[in-house]
Design a binder for this molecule. Structure first.
Ligand code: PNS
Length: 250
């Protein structure tokens, strides 16, 4: 049989990608194609072939990219950055706080340490001093930021797009207060979960209040707080010389 003049040989080798995409081809279009002249039909096939080839290339590129990306750099689906807030008074920050900060910084992409402004609570250090002490302690942690927290914690967490609030749990005695706070925060911001990290046993009985008491009475706090905080405490409780006045430590 003689070949038609405009016959163009096309590869009939089954291509799995083409076979896959064929299922999306509208059958009525195929029927329409039968009305085309052989030349028109071949042109159409060539055109479709180009589209399939392009789709195949795009698919191959995508799978190459996915294979090339190390697992650790893959971001969680649907969430660009997992940000958490670690709130507290930090008056002053202790090694127990720093331990929680370091561990939470490993668990989340970003950690915001939120230093609470509490008008009803007399603090030893001003808000600026507490923020500065924490900034110094966290310099080695690139994904940790220090912020001041005024008003509701739940609103703050919502505003910064946090998915979690982090709190440290020391002894059983912490539980009731923490449970109450976590429940209230969930009511105010249902999207934000509270995560508790068990304090390292070394710091189980460490608190800012006990540190302040030891420092006030002249004891060493070197094993309880970071060096810059110990320095600040010594300064604050140094015997007062004439002309030195610290209203917040009264
Ligand atoms: O270190 P602390 O003093 O135990 O921290 C308490 C803190 C700052 C986390 C808590 O007092 C707080 O969340 N303050 C912000 C105001 C707020 O949201 N209050 C309602 C809590 S349910």
């Amino acid at each position: 049989m003689e070949r038609p003049k405009d016959f163009v040989p096309v590869s009939l080798a089954p291509d799995p990608v083409i076979e896959y995409y064929k299922q999306f081809v509208d059958v009525s279009l195929l029927r329409e194609n039968l009305k085309l002249t052989p030349t028109e039909r071949v042109r159409k096939m060539q055109e479709m072939g180009r589209v399939y080839a392009e789709l195949r290339r795009a698919g191959e590129n995508l799978s190459r990219q996915i294979q090339a990306q190390p697992a650790g750099t893959l971001l969680p689906m649907g969430e660009q950055v997992r940000r958490a807030v670690y709130p507290g008074s930090f008056d002053p920050p202790t090694l127990g706080h720093l331990d929680i900060i370091q561990r939470a910084a490993r668990l989340f992409d970003e950690l915001i340490v939120a230093v609470a402004v509490n008008a009803q609570k007399q603090s030893l250090f001003s808000l600026q001093e507490r923020v500065q002490m924490l900034q110094e302690c966290c310099r080695h942690l690139p994904n940790v930021r220090i912020a001041s927290l005024e008003g509701l914690l739940a609103r703050f967490a919502d505003q910064v797009g946090a998915c979690a609030i982090v709190r440290g749990l020391r002894a059983v005695s912490d539980f009731e207060y923490e449970f109450q706070m976590a429940t209230m925060n969930r009511q105010l911001a249902p999207e934000v979960d509270t995560c508790f990290l068990m304090t390292h046993q070394q710091y189980a009985f460490l608190s800012s209040s006990i540190v302040k008491e030891v420092a006030r009475l002249g004891g060493s706090v070197d094993a309880l707080v970071p060096p810059n905080v110990a320095h600040k405490l010594r300064e604050r409780f140094a015997p007062k010389t004439a002309g030195t006045h610290h209203p917040s430590s009264e």
